[in-house]
Design a protein around this ligand. Structure first.
Ligand code: OAD
Length: 362
């Protein structure tokens, strides 16, 4: 088996060609081992990769969980197959099902979770290199992640654009929200074409920011923290293979994901994560709810109280805003609006007057 592994590694470029063992940085392949590594002073740059599972406790369904996932519950939308709702070709012909779903999932109706605020703590402590998210719910922004620290790999709902290539007029979240909640298919005020939120549909390219930042980010990560994703969609899923061979990878998820092809894994090939084989040396799977995993890690790091206090204060700040909407304008005090300026996109159609704008709580 070992001979075959080396032969395949050399001829096909699969797996590690060289025989040198990568450095083992975790004392034990457990959450405690990761906690020790994270607090031991050698881990200064944490990269997060997250998916829909970090937002389910906020009330947003994921895509693929049997029974509760979005793809299992689109029966009423009259689709040829569930994924069609996020395919650009289908959307251009039939935009209505997407906007009906968007009404249900509109960002602003949900609060960030413990897991989102754990990443905020990593940022506040100077440990977050970047968060790569597949989510379009904008909860990372609402939780106060600095846009510089964030790569929204599948785009965002926060801005929208006219689909007509010669127009591409941009629109704000508020403009889009008004139309979606009036059950209208949003149409460009300049050219009447359909306006689509800036989320990446199947058949569209990921944002340039994703490709340009990953080149520099992944080779310098000290720890890869993967949470709430089935790692089934490319190119995002393949990012787990881009950190150096000695970089520990922690998966916090309900199920094991990212293990690659079982046969290739058995041979020590394939580049997927290896939690269980006798060659496992850096991958840890903590199975359960993302929030519970983050609480447990925070406890190991001595951050538990800080995390709970952050969640409480941030949720209270959201509740203090109109109808508990994190993107709503802050409540007026003495006739004037208070707190942060809105996340503005200059020159957008639908820009609210500046005194009225809402902001994600920070
Ligand atoms: P999936 O629905 O494919 O996977 C979510 C993962 O999170 C699954 O492994 C669940 O078991 C797990 N999970 C769910 N709730 C959890 C919880 N509370 N705690 C821990 N784990 C939990 O979602 P993604 O991997 O994000 O793309 O999906 C990737 C992409 O597929 C999405 O960005 C979307 C979709 O098609 C586009 O629309 C372009």
């Amino acid at each position: 088996m070992e001979l075959l592994r080396r032969l395949l590694a050399r001829t096909l470029g699969l797996g590690a060609a060289e025989d040198a063992e990568p450095e083992r940085r975790l004392e034990e392949l457990t959450l405690r081992g990761v906690g020790r590594f994270l607090s031991g002073g050698r881990c200064k740059k944490v990269l997060c990769m997250v998916g829909a599972g970090i937002s389910t406790s906020a009330g947003i369904p994921d895509f693929r969980s049997p029974g509760t996932g979005l793809y299992a519950n689109l029966g009423s939308y009259d689709l040829p197959y569930p994924e069609a709702i996020f395919e650009i070709g289908f959307f251009k012909e039939h935009p209505e099902p997407f906007f009906a779903l968007a009404r249900e999932l509109f960002p602003g109706q949900f609060k960030p979770t413990v897991c989102h605020y754990f990443m905020r703590l990593l940022q506040d402590k100077g440990l977050l290199l970047r968060c790569y998210t597949q989510n379009i719910d904008a909860l990372e922004r609402v939780a106060g992640l600095d846009p510089e620290r964030l790569v929204e790999a599948h785009g965002t709902f926060v801005t929208s654009r006219c689909l007509e290539p010669s127009c591409r007029q941009s629109y704000t979240l508020r403009w889009m929200k008004e139309r979606i909640f009036s059950s209208l298919v949003p149409r460009c005020e300049k050219c009447e074409s359909v306006v689509k939120p800036d989320i990446v549909f199947f058949g569209e390219n990921l944002p340039q920011r994703f490709f340009s930042l990953l080149q520099a980010d992944f080779p310098q990560a000290d720890l890869l923290l993967i949470m709430g994703t089935s790692l089934q969609v490319q190119p995002f899923a393949s990012l787990v293979g881009r950190v150096p061979p000695s970089t520990p990878r922690l998966l916090i998820n309900k199920e094991k994901t990212g293990q690659g092809d079982p046969l290739l894994s058995l041979m020590g090939l394939g580049g997927g994560m290896d939690f269980d084989s006798d060659k496992a040396y850096r991958d840890v799977a903590w199975l359960g709810e993302c929030d519970a995993g983050c609480r447990a890690l925070a406890e190991l790091l001595g951050w538990k109280e800080e995390l709970e206090a952050l969640v409480e204060s941030e949720h209270a700040a959201i509740d203090a805003r109109t109808e508990g909407d994190p993107w709503a304008p802050p409540k007026a005090k003495g006739g004037r609006d208070s707190q942060d300026p809105p996340p503005k996109i200059k020159g957008d159609v639908g820009d609210p007057p500046s005194a009225e704008g809402g902001a994600p709580p920070h």
